[in-house]
Design a protein around this ligand. Structure first.
Ligand SMILES: Cc1cc2nc3c(=O)[nH]c(=O)nc-3n(C[C@H](O)[C@H](O)[C@H](O)COP(=O)(O)O)c2cc1C
Length: 320
């Protein structure tokens, strides 16, 4: 066990591990040296089939980083963050330490309060429309982190992107390697990672937007008629852009949670190079799509488990 006596670091780590990750793989390690936290990509937890380049794992780590920054700010310190601090160690994504004293803003307090409440809601949402002001707030949240958020219905893109999601979903489900990987992470994997049954969603009647099917149940339900589906984009791609995209993704998800909304992901077209290219082309070909999610007003749910802090923290040798 790696002890930290700093309540700020403890709060940062507790927030970090609540980040979303593909199949709840939790692909992060936190190396501690006194009050400095190194966020390291755990390459052994990258999903070989869905995410061979580790792009989604870096998004997850970016989300964990954002949670850490928020928790440090909420604890009354500026989060001092250096991205990719060691050129020759690409798995070291960020170095974080509490900086000078800081008065947390009401927005920071709201976002940090949303960290333990956010969860992926794969069930149907209500028909309640997301008001224009809330839509704008989601777009603004992405902009604050240097990303874009394309609300598909505002661009006449829901149908074509939904078609892409269905096609990619079909391709993945034909692939035995994909199904085998999903089986490994479904049913709660080791109990403290993976996607437990209770977090799965039913199949969508009519099938406009196929939810990734983690559970054995064949239950079918009618989903909301006019889903709000959004694509998060970045102006460039690459390891650092993906970490930044993860930050933006998490800011949007927490802002949505704070506004009483739910979200769930549709990564199918992102995980196949050809459909990812098609998605980029549909969006105009300039920015890089990083993740696709649905926002709306869902029903309460239960957060999924995480590995303990002790399991994801190790000591950093400072002599390096
Ligand atoms: C980059 C990324 C991609 C994801 N893609 C999907 C997806 O395609 N389908 C899905 O149901 N969940 C997806 N998820 C959600 C994860 O399965 C979820 O975050 C994880 O199981 C932890 O649960 P929680 O979000 O409820 O905390 C994705 C999460 C991340 C970070």
């Amino acid at each position: 066990m790696v002890a930290t006596r700093s309540p700020v670091i403890k709060a940062a780590l507790e927030a970090a591990v609540r980040a979303p990750s593909p199949h709840n793989s939790q692909p992060w390690i936190f190396e501690l040296a006194q009050d400095v936290v190194d966020l390291v990509l755990d390459e052994e937890r990258i999903l070989e089939v869905c995410d061979p380049d580790g792009r989604e794992a870096r998004l997850a780590c970016g989300a964990a980083l954002f949670n850490m920054e928020l928790a440090i700010a909420a604890a009354g310190r500026v989060a001092d963050v250096e991205l990719a601090p060691e050129r020759d160690r690409p798995s070291l994504l960020a170095r974080v330490k509490p900086g000078p004293r800081h008065r947390p803003s009401p927005a920071e307090r709201r976002l940090v309060a949303a960290v333990p409440r956010r969860f992926s809601n794969r069930r149907p949402f209500t028909e309640q429309a997301v008001p224009p002001a809330v839509r704008s707030a989601m777009v603004q949240a992405a902009h604050e982190e240097g990303a874009g958020l394309v609300l598909l219905d505002e661009h006449g893109l829901l149908e074509p992107v939904a078609g892409l999601i269905r096609r990619a979903d079909h391709i993945q489900n034909q692939d035995e390697a994909f199904r085998a990987e999903l089986r490994v992470w479904a049913k709660g994997h080791g109990g403290d990672d993976g996607v437990p049954d209770f977090a799965g969603g039913p199949r969508s009647a009519g099938g406009l937007l196929p939810v990734r099917h983690f559970i054995g149940s064949e239950e079918t339900r009618v989903f909301e008629r006019d889903p709000l589906v959004a694509v998060l984009t970045t102006p460039s791609d690459g390891s650092l852009s993906q970490v930044r995209a993860g930050r933006a993704m998490q800011r949007v998800l927490l802002a949505a949670t704070g506004a009483g909304m739910s979200a769930s992901f549709y990564s199918q077209p992102m995980e196949i190079p050809s459909t990812r290219g098609e998605l980029r082309a549909l969006l105009g070909g300039a920015d890089h799509p990083q993740t696709v999610f649905r926002l709306g007003y869902g029903y309460p749910g239960v957060p999924t488990p995480r590995r303990s802090i002790d399991a994801v923290v190790r000591e950093r040798r400072v002599s390096r």
